[in-house]
Design a binder for this molecule. Structure first.
Ligand SMILES: CC(C)(COP(=O)(O)OP(=O)(O)OC[C@H]1O[C@@H](n2cnc3c(N)ncnc32)[C@H](O)[C@@H]1OP(=O)(O)O)[C@@H](O)C(=O)NCCC(=O)NCCS
Length: 237
């Protein structure tokens, strides 16, 4: 327990340039407090003391603004920076050495049962406001950009950005993603699609008008006069 606490404090000191001393980290870092309170809550949860476990978790949330479900697995040396607004679901797993910034959600999509929250590998960095939703894995050393919404597995050593998130870097190399018509709503292609639809409609109308003109011309040649406009067809012309 003490060993873990030391590792958690070391993680904050190493990763937050603003952290000056162990005492400061221990007393003033709400992310550390949330993790410290999560440890006994997780112990109780594992031993089926669900109510008490949940009570501690809610107390920690009240104190820190960080909600970690007591069933979530949190590794050693995890840093929660600034904290507030973080939600970590029941079946989520956070690997050793991960860093989470404020506003991160490790949640479910509402479609799955059982394991429904993500698993973060080791040393994953999740930027502020990022949402990782679903029961998939984010590989070791991955970086999730601030504001990203991740809905699919992310390979190790990669950087994912955007909504929905796509991998832009892997093993230090830039990744050129193929054009994905399903996941990227392209406003230009949507506009083109609408124009194509309107064009087809107009072409059909012109064709009808041409046919009408031709039949009228044929009638005129035959009789030398135009028939009465009973059905209003001439108006269209
Ligand atoms: C993603 C991040 C980790 C940088 O990772 P990286 O692997 O070094 O990637 P790069 O900086 O080379 O960026 C790769 C591409 O993603 C883009 N990108 C970076 N961050 C982005 C973001 N949050 N949203 C959208 N695109 C982003 C970059 O513009 C770049 O695009 P380009 O290749 O077209 O130039 C960093 O930008 C980030 O978001 N950090 C979060 C930090 C945070 O939350 N801090 C809170 C402190 S309180």
């Amino acid at each position: 327990m003490l060993k873990r606490l030391r590792a958690d404090i070391r993680a904050v000191k190493e990763r937050d340039p603003a952290a000056r001393s162990t005492v400061e980290v221990l007393l003033l870092y709400s992310g550390l407090h949330a993790i410290m309170l999560h440890r006994p809550a997780y112990f109780l949860y594992r031993h089926k003391w669900f109510f008490l476990a949940r009570w501690i978790s809610q107390f920690a949330r009240f104190l820190t603004g960080i909600e970690i479900h007591p069933g979530a697995k949190i590794g050693t040396g995890v840093m929660i920076d600034h904290g507030s607004g973080i939600v970590i679901g029941e079946t989520a797993e956070v690997g050793d050495g991960c860093t989470l910034y404020q506003g991160v959600t490790l949640g479910g999509t509402g479609k799955d049962r059982g394991k429904r929250h993500p698993t973060l590998g080791k040393n994953v960095m999740v930027g502020s406001g990022a949402k990782i939703l679903g029961p998939f894995t984010v590989g070791d050393n991955a970086k999730i950009a601030a504001g990203a919404v991740v809905l699919e597995p992310i390979p190790p050593n990669s950087t994912a950005v955007g909504v929905p998130a796509r991998v832009v870097r892997q093993n230090g190399q830039r990744v050129c993603a193929p054009l994905d018509q399903v996941h990227i709503p392209d406003p230009v292609s949507q506009e083109l699609c609408m124009l194509k639809f309107r064009l087809e409609k107009m072409e059909k109308l012109v064709e009808e008008q041409q046919q009408l003109i031709q039949s009228l011309q044929a009638l005129r040649t035959d009789t030398g006069t135009l028939p009465a406009d009973d059905d209003g067809e001439w108006e269209k012309v």
